[in-house]
Design a protein around this ligand. Structure first.
Ligand SMILES: *Cc1c(COP(=O)(O)O)cnc(C)c1O
Length: 374
């Protein structure tokens, strides 16, 4: 079976994790601090605060933006469900906006269409690594007086306007789940431009303590900590950060390889009618965390049958990005019309893309698609 994704993990990661274990310091400590600095520098952010996942990163981002009960937060329905769930964690109401057909992302127009006087924030996603239009959405959100939280779960290594996708973000949330390009097993990061917000985030992830456990242990004098607010345990471990530091060194190479594989898909797929592969938008570059294709009515075979046939022929593809408003967990939400979201989630599929994918694999996958096209 050709898998849809394989994390790129080598002996270096195994050795780094073992070294962290041997050091005796396995909880959040010096490796987490170093990973935060190096990750923030890589994505062009001022400060990084490591947490246990992107889901917890999104939760804390809404907490520091003071979003709460009575507030509406605009999110794309077309996203992994964690994007919408985070809104409910703070007692606010998710409001689903539609997306652009080419990028799968929110636009100024789709956000504006569902804005109300109760809207407090927007969570915009760089879907599957395809950057949203950062310049346009940041400017519009500022003009409307809304907090913009950037869900960059999939976007390590993506660029917008010639810079890393996270550069210039007031606040962004990242994932290191193995389905993403850079992994620590589980893990996440909040990046922010403001040092005071970073300090509050560090406190929120660690029970509201005014001094971190690592600093307390490092001090020669006894340090009496205080608990300043009700908070969480969303810490990353030093074992995870050790793996993350090695992964960070691989990021540029991994993204370059993913973009080469995507370019070969584009070439091989060019002559198949009725199928549109995801591409870079004019303003940026995807890391191709997900390579999806959208089936048009001209494509003879339905999406689910395409997935089934690919599976029979040894290819593990996946349905396209989910739509939260179609899931039982959101059955109580009555969204406005989301035609593009429903089109993409119904008619798209994600093709295998990983560091072991060969040219023959890609020819086989595209060969099956060509047979099913007409
Ligand atoms: C994967 C993903 C998440 C959740 O990330 P975790 O680290 O698994 O919590 C959130 N948002 C998007 C867009 C994702 O793709």
């Amino acid at each position: 079976m050709i898998p849809v994704m394989i994390p790129m993990l080598g002996e270096e990661e195994a050795e780094a994790a073992a070294e962290a274990v041997r050091s005796g310091w396995v909880a959040q400590g010096p490796r987490v601090a170093r990973f935060e600095r190096e990750f923030a520098a890589t994505v062009g952010a001022g400060h990084g605060v490591a947490v246990s996942s992107c889901t917890t990163a999104l939760h804390l981002a809404l907490v520091v933006r003071a979003v709460g009960p009575g507030d509406e937060v605009i999110v794309p329905s077309l996203s992994f469900i964690a994007t919408a769930n985070a809104v409910r964690y703070v007692g606010a109401t998710p409001v689903f906006a539609d997306v652009d057909l080419a990028t799968g992302n929110l636009t100024v127009e789709t956000v504006d269409a569902v804005r109300t006087p109760r809207t407090r924030a927007v969570i915009a996603v760089h879907q599957g690594g395809v950057p949203f239009d950062t310049a346009a959405l940041r400017k519009a959100a500022a003009g409307w007086g809304l907090a913009l939280v950037e869900d960059a779960a999939c976007a390590a290594g993506s660029t917008a306007y010639g810079q890393p996708a996270g550069a210039g973000a007031a606040i962004a949330a990242w994932s290191f789940h193995p389905r993403k390009v850079l992994t620590t097993g589980e893990g996440g990061m909040v990046t922010v431009d403001d040092a005071e917000v970073a300090t509050r985030l560090r406190r929120l992830r660690e029970h509201g303590m005014n001094v971190s456990a690592a600093d307390r242990h490092a001090s020669a004098q006894p340090v009496l900590e205080a608990y300043l607010e009700t908070a969480y345990n969303y810490r990353m471990t030093d074992i995870q950060a050790a793996v993350g530091l090695v992964q960070l060194g691989r990021l540029a190479g991994l993204v370059a390889q993913r973009r080469e594989l995507a370019a070969r898909y584009h070439e091989l797929l060019a002559d198949i009618d009725g199928l549109v592969p995801v591409r870079d938008p004019a303003y940026g570059q995807s890391n191709y965390q997900s390579f999806w294709v959208l089936l048009n009515p001209a494509f003879r075979t339905g999406r689910d049958e395409v997935l089934a046939e690919l599976a029979r022929r040894g290819v593990s593809a996946r349905r396209g990005i989910m739509a939260a408003h179609l899931e039982p967990a959101y059955a109580d939400v009555a969204p406005g019309p989301l035609p593009v979201t429903e089109r993409i989630t119904r008619d798209s599929l994600i093709l295998p893309l990983h560091h072991r994918l060969t040219e023959d694999d890609q020819k086989h996958i595209v060969g099956v698609l060509r047979e099913l096209a007409h």
